[in-house]
Design a protein around this ligand. Structure first.
Ligand code: 6GU
Length: 227
């Protein structure tokens, strides 16, 4: 079973997201074990302080190195990690290839800090993969951790049911956007759906889906300035 550890100063922000829907089911099915560690549990001074003012001045508080070192070294004593992932706006842009790669591993550790909020020696000492989830700024790495975990866990065999199969998803086999889907009612408030999907004609439906996929993929490339 895959194991994913996350270290966070605000673990509550991850508890619900990681224990809902398919991520919840994946854990119930024993396909993955996800453990969220509270950084404060590794602050051993009497005030359990986890942050402090930055050397050299500047706005905001930084997360201190010691609680991270304590927690990470404890985890490293127990097992090897295939990747120690450090979410940061300065990292490599996250994509499906990285998710596919992570999904094949046994043990992942994600260090969720804060932008300008973590003593850089933690990254320097432990990070094997620095990852950004896009060109915008978040308050912390927790949402990035959720995104990484969600995208990885759904790829583990047995997590998705056949009907939810990840194999022909958008972006699974490269950069492909799927055709749109419709369900009942066939007409709603005057809004119709493509007739061909009601035809029962397998070949025509397959051709239509491929055609739509091509169109949407081209549109997607254009609006994102790709190729
Ligand atoms: Cl991984 N963290 C933060 N704080 N902001 C981000 C990010 C990560 N990726 C894009 N913006």
């Amino acid at each position: 079973m895959m194991r994913i550890d996350v270290i966070s100063a605000v673990p509550d922000s991850l508890i619900s997201p990681l224990n809902t829907s398919i991520l919840k089911r994946a854990q119930e099915r024993k396909k993955v074990e996800i453990l969220v560690h509270n950084l404060r549990d590794y602050a051993y001074d009497k005030h359990k302080q986890i942050d402090d003012k930055p050397f050299g001045g500047g706005a905001g508080m930084l997360l201190k190195p010691e609680p991270f070192f304590e927690c990470i070294e404890r985890l490293l004593n127990e097992r090897k990690y295939d990747h120690i992932i450090f979410p940061t706006p300065g990292g490599k842009f996250y994509d499906q290839k990285m998710a596919n790669n992570f999904s094949l591993k046994e043990n992942l550790l994600i260090i969720a800090g804060h932008y300008k909020g973590i003593d850089d020696r933690v990254r320097e000492k432990f990070a094997t993969d620095e990852i950004s989830i896009g060109r915008y700024v978040l308050t912390g790495g927790e949402i990035a951790a959720w995104i990484i975990i969600d995208s990885v866990v759904r790829l583990i065999p047995g997590v998705l049911n056949d009907s939810e199969s990840a194999l022909n998803d958008s972006l699974m086999d490269g950069d492909i956007i799927e055709a749109p889907y419709y369900t009942r009612p066939a007409e709603y408030k005057g809004l119709k759906m493509p007739e061909v999907l009601l035809s029962g004609h397998e070949k025509k439906i397959k051709d239509w889906k491929e055609e739509q996929s091509k169109i949407l993929t081209e549109k997607w490339k254009k609006i994102n300035n790709l190729e």
